[in-house]
Design a binder for this molecule. Structure first.
Ligand SMILES: CC(C)(COP(=O)(O)OP(=O)(O)OC[C@H]1O[C@@H](n2cnc3c(N)ncnc32)[C@H](O)[C@@H]1OP(=O)(O)O)[C@@H](O)C(=O)NCCC(=O)NCCS
Length: 189
């Protein structure tokens, strides 16, 4: 099945008290500032040190990947300020599956924003785009992320090899959490 992403400018997702919109070129400064926490690089594929140049590269990649239909990366905003990102990091059209990823800068944490953003992304992926399945890969000791994933409807499904995109020493077998469209429908209806 082919997944068709709508034009970037047409997408805005409500995730009260936050919102999701595709990353924009003018997000570079805010993205750079929000991701200055080594925990983000430890638990995600965001590179470290996260320089301003790397923020610009990430935004450029977000635009190229959205155009190619291989990823959909969103800024999480609170009162119009960028506080983190939530994304369909890898879209696997042939299996109608996508890997979800998210992070918040330290200022945005502890208020349910990651959970609200992930729920909104899941609803968009299943309800609007028609994905059959979504999955997450989470480090063994990342209790906060596992709590977010469970709260957003994902369930534990064993482990899977995670290939870090830039640092092979971080590649490892880690917990896999999955959610399928049928389970999501029965949960929200
Ligand atoms: C994971 C992350 C996005 C969670 O953000 P957050 O603001 O704490 O998320 P929420 O406020 O939505 O909290 C969700 C749940 O996690 C729980 N939680 C938060 N920190 C926790 C911790 N250290 N240990 C256990 N549970 C924790 C909260 O209590 C909440 O559970 P509840 O709804 O049952 O009360 C944030 O910690 C982060 O950006 N970490 C670094 C990057 C990262 O790990 N990304 C995910 C990669 S898979």
């Amino acid at each position: 099945m082919t997944i068709h992403l709508p034009p970037m400018t047409a997408v805005r997702l409500a995730a009260p008290p936050a919102a999701l919109r595709p990353l924009r070129a003018d997000d570079a400064s805010a993205l750079h500032a929000a991701a200055q926490d080594p925990l983000i690089a430890r638990y995600t594929s965001v590179p470290w040190p996260f320089t301003r140049e790397r923020a610009e590269e990430l935004i450029a990649a977000a635009h190229a990947d959205w155009a190619a239909g291989t990823a959909a990366r969103f800024a999480i905003t609170l009162d119009d300020a960028l506080v983190g990102t939530a994304s369909l990091l890898h879209i696997y059209g042939e299996t109608s599956d996508a890997e979800i990823g998210y992070w918040l800068g330290t200022a945005g944490r502890g208020r349910g924003i990651a959970t609200a953003a992930t729920r909104a992304l899941v609803e968009w992926a299943f309800g609007t785009l028609g994905f059959a399945q979504l999955h997450l890969l989470v480090d063994w000791d990342n209790a906060a992320s596992i709590a977010v994933a469970h709260a957003a409807g994902f369930t534990d499904a064993g482990t899977r090899w995670w290939e870090h995109p830039t640092d092979p020493t971080k590649s490892e077998e880690i917990p896999l959490l999955v959610q399928d469209a049928a389970a999501w429908r029965s949960r929200v209806s």
